[in-house]
Design a protein around this ligand. Structure first.
Ligand code: FE2
Length: 257
C-alpha cells in the first residue's frame, strides 16, 4: 500500500501580506500541521503547482521553510501563478529538465508517478510543447509494465466553471495523443488549478483534484470572465494505492482558531 498526500495551490505571498483577506503563510502552516499530525506516515507528498501567487522570492522562501516540516519526501510542481526562474532559485535541487521544465518521474512501490510541467510564462492557461510531450512518452515507455500515475497542474478538460475552463490545459489533444499511443495508460490523473475537491473521468481516465490551502474557487457555473473566490474549508488529498484500487480521500483542514 502506497500512501500519498496530494497538496495543491498554496498561493503564498510574502509573509505578512493578505490574499483575499487570508494570510496564505498561516493557512499553509495549518495545512502542514494537519498533515504532520494525521498523515505523517505517508510515503510521499506531491504539491501540484501554484506554490506562490505571484512568484515572489520571499514567498518561495516561506514555502521552502514550511514544507521542510513535512516528514515525507515532498515533490514540487509549478502552476500558472508560479515563476520558473524564482522557483529555480529557491529550490536549486528540485529535479528539472536541462531546458528548465519542472518535471520528473518518481518510482514507488505502487508504480511510476510522473509530474508534468504545464506552466507557460505569461499565460494563465496550461501549455505543453514537443519537448515535454516527448519526455512524457519516454517516461511512460520506460516504465514497462509498472502502473503509471500522472500529475498536471492544469486539467486537460472543462469542468463547468467558465473561467477555469478558459484557462485549462490548451494542449489537451496533444497530451491525449501521447497517452492514447502509450503501451501503459495512466491509472489515475491528478490535477491542481481548480481549488476544488473534484473527481470524475476523462475519456475513461479517472481523475481527481483537491482544494487549495488558502482560498477556494466557488462552485459557480454562471460567472464568466473571472473565477469567483470562496471560503470553503481548505483541504488536501490522501491517496491510498494498492494493486486493486486507487482511493482518494478529501481531507478538510479544520480552523483551529
Ligand atoms: Fe491556483
Amino acid at each position: 500500500m502506497l500512501k500519498l498526500v496530494h497538496l495543491s495551490d498554496l498561493h503564498l505571498v510574502p509573509p505578512g501580506n493578505e490574499l483575499h483577506g487570508l494570510r496564505p503563510e498561516a493557512q499553509l502552516q495549518r495545512a502542514v500541521s494537519h498533515i504532520v499530525r494525521e498523515h505523517g506516515d505517508a510515503d510521499l507528498c506531491v504539491v501540484s503547482g501554484d506554490l506562490t501567487h505571484d512568484g515572489h522570492p520571499l514567498a518561495y522562501a516561506e514555502v521552502a521553510r514550511q514544507l521542510a516540516r513535512l516528514p515525507m519526501p515532498v515533490h514540487l510542481m509549478i502552476g500558472n501563478h508560479d515563476d520558473r526562474a524564482a522557483f529555480a532559485q529557491a529550490f536549486p535541487d528540485a529535479p528539472r529538465m536541462p531546458d528548465g521544465f519542472v518535471q520528473q518521474a518518481i518510482d514507488t512501490s505502487a508504480g511510476r508517478i510522473i509530474l508534468l510541467d504545464t506552466h507557460q510564462a505569461g499565460a494563465a492557461e496550461g501549455r505543453l510543447c514537443s519537448a515535454r510531450l516527448a519526455w512524457l512518452a519516454e517516461r511512460i515507455e520506460e516504465s514497462g509494465p509498472a502502473p503509471v500515475y500522472l500529475f498536471v497542474h492544469h486539467p486537460p478538460f472543462p469542468v463547468g466553471l467558465k473561467r477555469m475552463d478558459d484557462i485549462r490545459l490548451a494542449d489537451a489533444e496533444a497530451l491525449w495523443a501521447v497517452l492514447a499511443a502509450s503501451r501503459t495508460r495512466p491509472r489515475h490523473l491528478f490535477v491542481g488549478h481548480l481549488h476544488r475537491a473534484i473527481a470524475g473521468s476523462w475519456r475513461g481516465l479517472p481523475f481527481s483534484g483537491v482544494r487549495g490551502t488558502t482560498h477556494q474557487i466557488a462552485l459557480d457555473f454562471k460567472t464568466a470572465g473571472f473565477a469567483p473566490v470562496s471560503f470553503e474549508p481548505p483541504g488536501y488529498g490522501v491517496v491510498l494505492i494498492d494493486e486493486d484500487t486507487v482511493v482518494v480521500h478529501f481531507a478538510d483542514i479544520p480552523d483551529e482558531g
